[in-house]
Design a protein around this ligand. Structure first.
Ligand SMILES: Cc1cc2nc3c(=O)[nH]c(=O)nc-3n(C[C@H](O)[C@H](O)[C@H](O)COP(=O)(O)OP(=O)(O)OC[C@H]3O[C@@H](n4cnc5c(N)ncnc54)[C@H](O)[C@@H]3O)c2cc1C
Length: 399
């Protein structure tokens, strides 16, 4: 059996790309090491610009039928006081709102969908190596049910997430931002957080983001500048501390009363990691393997779907797949660098410490909330919002 495309990983990136290519008539194999997906504390709030991509890929109704929840508002709080309630549909050109879904449900649903669309899916298949070079087809070695097998394909896709091994096997150089933010998260049940909005609350030098999932469940994250000392918010015994820290931002006590953590609590460093020009010798990277943006800004799901769209389109448009991979890599560089720029400015504005930075926040935030024209919009538009020098000057409070 020979395949046009083999993906390493069957998460959001691998399964959705595989589906697009199978629908176009290509033979696709997905190798996914997990036999069933579990909670690894990943993204559960897809931002509106990602939902726009999800709709173009025909995913929105399917995800809603698989348990997704669509909160129409985005509420920002400072010191516990709501300072802005954004009607997402009314304030984005594509009219989309957020889409929240428990990550393992998203993965199961999309991998099932890939199977139904004719993709061959192997679960419990751990990829051990990918070997590629100029002027030959790349090949892949994996283990499944105790058997080791090597296959080649026209294209091998590294969709193996933020700790991608494909990058190392194939000699891709990883760029990395300096450490700054740290994010911890867990799944809460029995919370009465209002589920018609995503809630982002800033405390003093920290923030908490709540993505309601319906049925009184919510994914809660706590973000802080870990560069000044990590708290190590991982493991069940840290749950009370995590809740106390979230509450220190000033969000209502009632969100916590009766709430319990029903999944792992895990902490991650936020630094962006990315690969410039993420394609070579028939191997291409997508999703977090190509670029994992700081999870504190919650852009990863949206960025992943953008990769899927661009790569699928490039491969389906031309029989010259070397040129198609080159085209995807150039497009990825362009939209990821726009996003990286925007999130860098927003990080500097939001998280720089000291009186000058406080003074700047005091000027810029009210202006951004009352008249967002010209400002970047990481929630609504991602890399497609303003990201030129004028936008930078607005964020940096220079105009
Ligand atoms: C704490 C945290 C919070 C986040 N919050 C948000 C958020 O609110 N909104 C948002 O948009 N994004 C968020 N993200 C980012 C989001 O989760 C990712 O961008 C997204 O999951 C990337 O999907 P992926 O398919 O590229 O990678 P993954 O979801 O990591 O999938 C990779 C898959 O590859 C498989 N795999 C890996 N290695 C192998 C191997 N050797 N063989 C076979 N299979 C393999 C894995 O089992 C996995 O299923 C967050 C991330 C973190 C860490």
């Amino acid at each position: 059996m020979s395949f046009d495309v083999i993906t390493v990983g069957g998460g959001l990136a691998g399964s959705t790309l595989a589906t697009e290519l199978a629908r176009a008539g290509y033979k696709v194999l997905v190798l996914e090491r997990e036999t069933h997906f579990k909670d690894r504390v990943r993204g559960e709030n897809m931002l509106p610009w990602g939902v726009a991509a999800a709709r173009r890929l025909g995913l929105v109704d399917y995800l809603l039928a698989s348990g997704a929840h669509q909160p129409p508002y985005w509420i920002t709080y400072i010191g516990g006081n709501p300072v802005a309630s954004r009607d997402l549909q009314a304030t984005t050109p594509h009219g989309e709102v957020s889409l929240n879904i428990y990550h393992p449900s998203l993965q199961e649903a999309l991998l099932r969908r890939a199977s139904v669309q004719g993709v061959e899916v192997k679960r419990g298949a751990k990829v051990l190596s990918v070997d590629a070079g100029p002027d030959r087809l790349p090949n892949i070695t994996f283990e499944n049910e105790g058997n080791r097998q090597t296959l080649s394909a026209r294209v091998i896709v590294g969709a193996d997430g933020r700790a991608s091994q494909v990058r190392g096997w194939c000699g891709f150089e990883i760029q990395r931002n300096p450490d700054l933010l740290t994010i911890a998260g867990t799944l809460l049940a029995g919370t009465d957080v209002p589920d018609g909005a995503v809630h982002l609350a800033f405390g003093v030098g920290c923030a908490t983001l709540w993505a309601p999932l319906g049925g009184r469940r919510a994914r809660a994250y706590y973000v802080y500048p870990g560069v000044a000392g990590r708290r190590g918010l991982s493991g069940k015994d840290k749950t009370q501390e995590f809740m106390r820290l979230c509450q220190s931002t000033g969000v209502p006590e009632s969100w916590f009363a009766g709430a319990e953590s029903i999944g792992p609590l895990a902490e991650f460093d936020g630094a962006d990691r990315w690969v410039e020009s993420p394609a070579r010798n028939g191997v291409v990277l997508i999703g977090d393997a190509a670029a994992s943006s700081d999870p504190s800004w919650g852009c990863g799901l949206a960025l992943t779907l953008l990769d899927v769209e661009h790569l699928a389109k490039a491969l389906c448009a031309s029989d010259d797949w070397n040129a198609a991979l080159g085209r995807y890599a150039a497009e990825h560089d362009e939209y990821y660098s726009a996003l990286h720029r925007i999130l860098g400015w927003m990080t500097e504005l939001t998280w720089t410490a000291g009186p000058e930075a406080d003074e700047r926040r005091g000027r810029v935030f009210p202006r951004m909330l009352s008249d967002p024209r010209g400002f970047p919009d990481s929630v609504g538009l991602g890399p497609f919002g303003p990201n030129d020098d004028e936008a930078r000057r607005l964020v940096m409070g220079l105009d």
